[in-house]
Design a protein. Structure first.
Length: 172
């Protein structure tokens, strides 16, 4: 039998597969890793606040002042994050918003290109919230967050952090 035709057919298939393999376009993307620090920070603050609230309930300490001190501390320790904190009971809910607002920029121009750094100022705003039924709605950073109100003292937290063109939000 004449097997020359089969050899040429197999060689042609091998050459075609190599050419198609070389001509294929390889596309890949890399997404930046998610900033899990926001979620860890939310869990940490919530845990600490629950201990502060428990202490206030059992010993009669000023819960509002202690929660405010706690959230002030975390706000100063994490200047790159914005916070919305809701605390109190069904009859007296308070919200404190810690946000950084741009106040200007400083820069230097050298022989290359100009370089500028934006300067932020941390501001805190307080308000009294009025629940509707068993829910309270908080407007923070252009978004609305609703929380179920429980019996006794409550603590709710929203943290926003921007990095590059991404925004990480954690609520608890």
């Amino acid at each position: 039998m004449n097997k020359k035709g089969e050899v040429f057919l197999i060689a042609t298939l091998i050459i075609l597969s190599v050419l198609i393999g070389l001509g294929a376009v390889y596309t890949s993307t890399k997404a930046p890793k998610e900033d899990v620090k926001v979620y860890d920070l939310t869990n940490e603050i919530t845990y600490e606040a629950s201990r502060v609230i428990d202490n206030g309930v059992f010993t009669g300490a000023d819960i509002e002042a202690n929660v405010k001190n706690l959230t002030d501390f975390y706000s100063k320790s994490n200047p790159d994050s914005n916070f919305a904190v809701v605390y109190g009971d069904k009859n007296s809910l308070k919200a404190v918003y810690y946000e950084q607002t741009p106040t200007g920029s400083i820069g230097i121009a050298t022989g290359g290109g100009a370089s500028a750094q934006t300067i932020y100022q941390r501001t805190s705003t307080e308000e009294t919230l009025f629940p509707t039924g068993d829910k309270v709605v908080v407007e923070f950073g252009g978004n609305y967050y609703d929380f179920d109100i429980k019996e006794g003292q409550s603590f709710y937290l929203v943290i926003k952090k921007e990095r590059a063109d991404e925004e990480f939000v954690a609520q608890q």
